[in-house]
Structure formats: structure tokens, C-alpha cells
Design a protein around this ligand. Structure first.
Ligand SMILES: [Zn+2]
Length: 69
């Protein structure tokens, strides 16, 4: 699925309307970030970083968002 372009982090997911949009963390996750991911407050994005990596994701409907100016 292609990420949706947004100027900033959406407070509510435009697709499902829930406030479950969280930051995607790239690189090696720490113990703290793994805990946050378990709580649904963070998404672990893996360590493959490209220019087109999305910035946020909705943990409810799995839609991803990418920041654009
Ligand atoms: Zn959603």
C-alpha cells in the first residue's frame, strides 16, 4: 500500500477516524521502543531506510503516512 502524503502527523486517521496514528521508528529498536510498540504507541519500521519511508502509521487500519512539505 502506498503511503498517504500529509503535511504533518494526522491527529486522527483520515481513513478510519481513530486516533491511532503513531510514529514509525527505523533502525535498531531499543528495549523502550519495543515496549512502546507493544503498547501500540509506536511502529517498528525495520532498519531499511529509504527516501520514501513513511513517517507515521495507523495501528488500526495499517495505513501509512509520509510527510510532505
Ligand atoms: Zn486508520
Amino acid at each position: 500500500m502506498k503511503p498517504i502524503k500529509v503535511p504533518r502527523k494526522p491527529r486522527k486517521c483520515p481513513k478510519c477516524g481513530k486516533t491511532t496514528v503513531v510514529k514509525i521508528l527505523y533502525g535498531m529498536p531499543t528495549e523502550e521502543s519495543l515496549q512502546l510498540a507493544e503498547d501500540g504507541k509506536l511502529v517498528i519500521g525495520g532498519c531499511c531506510i529509504t527516501e520514501k519511508n513513511p513517517d507515521w502509521a495507523c495501528t488500526n487500519c495499517k495505513v501509512e503516512y509520509i510527510k510532505v512539505k
